[in-house]
Design a binder for this molecule. Sequence first.
Ligand code: ADP
Ligand code: MG
Length: 267
Amino acid sequence: MLIAMNAWQNSMAGRNREQSKENDMLELRDLCYSVDDRAGAQDILNHISLTIPDNQLTVFTGPNGGGKTTLAKVIMGLVQPSEGTILWNGQDITGLSITERARLGISYGFQQPPRFKGIKVRDLLGIASPKKLLSKMDACSFLTQVGLCANDYLNREVDASLSGGEVKRIEIATILAREPSLMILDEPEAGIDLWSFARLTETFREIHKQSSCTMIIISHQERIISLADNVIVVDHGEITRQGSAEEMLPAIVSGTLGDCPMIQKED
Ligand SMILES: Nc1ncnc2c1ncn2[C@@H]1O[C@H](COP(=O)(O)OP(=O)(O)O)[C@@H](O)[C@H]1O
Ligand SMILES: [Mg+2]
């Protein structure tokens, strides 16, 4: 991912954000992803079609194993679809590498982020940022936005000494530093304490309010789902339901009480 970050950083210098059109969007057309392993051929994603307008916040939710992470990876280019097309602002990016997608402003936060032994948090933020020299104040601000005290973390190495929740928040800070046009976050709540999670949710709310970025967040958390313009349930590799947070939350909440209508496919 560092390669992609570097490429993206270099490309940002010439990129003119003012050029973005009002009808910019992400479009997925008939996406399929199949694997053929010891268990035989398996369809992981089945003909997924979806349009996400510019600057909207979309939540992918649904049962474990439903295909959310795979769908996110297909959008980032970590996984190549067996069929279908991905359009970003009208450009077909299906055949583009991760680096090329990163150059177009697409950024991805792993469900389980990698660690970078020997690299300090401030270096990671500096590499990610499109600015030639990221100021200490800006670096601190990105860490604060994810609920980390900058003084404690700027000079820490991104190695095994950090907890899962710390690495997760540092990765999200790195994504914020990249100033992406499309941010894809896979379960940002994982391993994060309630206080930090509340801060993180506020950050997502602020980004959304500023309309500065299209966000896809994979989440099961009511606080994140309630921010969404569109909530999409992915189950058995298909979109089984979608709607506004207001429409979807009651069913999701009732699902957590035992009865789970969200995983029932509509006829
Ligand atoms: N490369 C692969 N080989 C075999 N099975 C896979 C592969 N990638 C994903 N899967 C399977 O696809 C399903 C969807 O996985 P995933 O996208 O991680 O689901 P989710 O993120 O919704 O929990 C799971 O059953 C998973 O085991
Ligand atoms: Mg997942």
